[in-house]
Write a protein that binds this ligand. Sequence first.
Ligand code: GLA
Length: 381
Amino acid sequence: MRHDTERMRWERFAPARVNLLGEHTDYTGGMVLPMAIPFLTQATIERIDGPDSHIYTELFDKEYVIAKEQRPNPTGEWSDYPTGVFEEFRKLDIAVPPFALRLRGDVPFGAGLSSSASVEVATCMALLALTGSELSIKEIALLCQRAENLFVKSPCGIMDQAVVTAARAGHALMLNTRDLTFDLVPMNRGEMAKVRVVVVNSEVKHSVATGAYGDRRREAEAGQAAVVAKFGIRDLGEATIYQVEQIAGEIDPVILKRIRHIVNENARVREAADALEAGNVSRMGEIMLQGHASMRDDYEITCQEVDFLVDTAAQLPGCFGARMTGGGFGGCTVNLVVEDRVASFSSELAERYEREFGIRCAIYPCVAVDGAFELSLKEQA
Ligand code: GLA
């Protein structure tokens, strides 16, 4: 193997993710339980003779130029994600020589499977390789989140960047979003060994950058401020359902519903991780269905298409549980289905969905794969 510093060209990869449980808990210090899934963004970076750097994506057949002498401004296009990451390198005073970055991949866009985090993290790993710098998993995730919050101006939490970076094959990641500590939770214990995680794309487009996600975030933060002031705790990650009941008469009923979802959801993540550890697929399925009902009734982020997909899936043979996954207002559902029923489950669900809404949904049976950090270690070996 040639030494890295002698190389002029590097390839780095980042997967997509699906969240098994813990929705909209990652911006108030809560718990999430995502896993990485086998879609990839590939970032190929090459050192070039400057002065400018070039980012090209095959996804849209477009090129973007970062001029050496000028600070880039957001354009509202795909290039904001890699450029935002580049900007964060600049802020850390990591000298980045002129480069050509080529991005390609197969992560579905706007489906709630973290295409943005995948692009950010792949870009970050490529820039680290190019500059010969090292950052920890936590630093990479936070850098990519800052890129999205500050440059793209999308108010996302930390879940996606963290799992896309830190995931391990065969495991879900129980992540505490307050301090980014995590446990790897095996996905193949007991009865879990016989089920597949089936992701169903409602094809109803979802975007974290548009208003509704930000509205929920503001509501949750308002509720959090009230709970923190009353009980002297750090954040909603520390709140109990008893405290939520106690504050009920003092806050707006809508805010109350939002924080009730979050506090119950944090508890569900811990129960779900226990169910996975114990290989108890029936319990895991039940918790997923409860999580969906909470997103539908308390957090109010589902829509009729995903509600239909979840309700229908839950009735089909071989399905233990289902819920919407990701930011909401469309996107994907995640389903636990016995392996030898996946084909019949998928065709039946797709047919009923098309009959109801005239939309053909894409269905992806998934296993848990490695995140970008692990993939980069393999790439360097
Ligand atoms: C999007 C955001 C995440 C998280 C989820 C909802 O995926 O990017 O930070 O808030 O929505 O759980």
